[in-house]
Design a protein around this ligand. Structure first.
Ligand SMILES: [Zn+2]
Length: 138
């Protein structure tokens, strides 16, 4: 399973393979204030902790968007794929091009979670071409 540090390092490597205008930073969001939590508890409610850490994706230093990574035991792969799909959308919005391009076709690669690791796969052949973080090898 990926830690937030591994996710940040892989995303950073893949974005820098595209352009050095991209960077990432791990940010810690503030949790729910104790007072709110206690008030909720007194009414028999509990407030779930939501993503205490996120990867902030920056373009020219501007914090463009955030990727979140749940640390839940069962939701690793799908959540990670969804995060990377979100990243593809951010990049496409900024560059107006699909990213990352498949070296063999005119389409973008897709994030694919298999056997505990995440890679970039061709959507036609379903072949995983490089692991997440490995786009500079293409
Ligand atoms: Zn392809």
């Amino acid at each position: 399973m990926f830690s937030i540090d591994e996710l940040a390092a892989c995303v950073d490597a893949d974005l820098r393979a595209l352009s050095d205008r991209w960077s990432v930073e791990i940010v810690t969001t503030e949790g729910v204030p104790d007072q709110v939590r206690e008030t909720a508890a007194s009414h028999g409610l509990s407030i779930p902790e939501l993503f205490p850490q996120a990867v902030s994706v920056r373009h020219d230093g501007f914090p463009y968007s955030r990727l979140t990574l749940s640390s839940g035991p069962d939701e690793g792969g799908e959540q990670l794929e969804a995060s990377i799909e979100q990243l593809k959308t951010f990049v496409a919005e900024v560059t107006t091009e699909e990213w990352p391009g498949c070296p063999h076709h005119r389409h973008a690669l897709v994030p694919t979670y298999e056997d505990g690791s995440l890679g970039w796969a061709c959507p036609s052949s379903h072949e995983v071409l490089v692991p997440l973080g490995g786009l500079s090898q293409l």
